[in-house]
Design a binder for this molecule. Structure first.
Ligand SMILES: [Zn+2]
Length: 69
């Protein structure tokens, strides 16, 4: 059943791509952090900004990692 196989393979590829994107987003530590969350505009605490590459507040980052948005 080539159709079923193609679908499964597409799904697998999409999942792998998502995992790679998430990993890349997490390892982006050498870029400067934002002072405000790019998602909701809340201030990002200075202690969190020091991590580097932070673009979202804790709440938004948590839901991003959980739901992919
Ligand atoms: Zn936010």
């Amino acid at each position: 059943m080539p159709d079923d196989f193609d679908r499964a393979s597409d799904l697998e590829q999409a999942q792998r791509q998502r995992a790679l994107d998430a990993q890349r987003a997490r390892s982006n530590f050498d870029t400067p952090s934002l002072a405000d969350c790019e998602h909701c505009g809340d201030e990002i605490p200075p202690a969190r900004q020091k991590i580097g590459g932070v673009t979202r507040c804790v709440d938004c980052q948590t839901s991003f990692e959980k739901w992919g948005r």
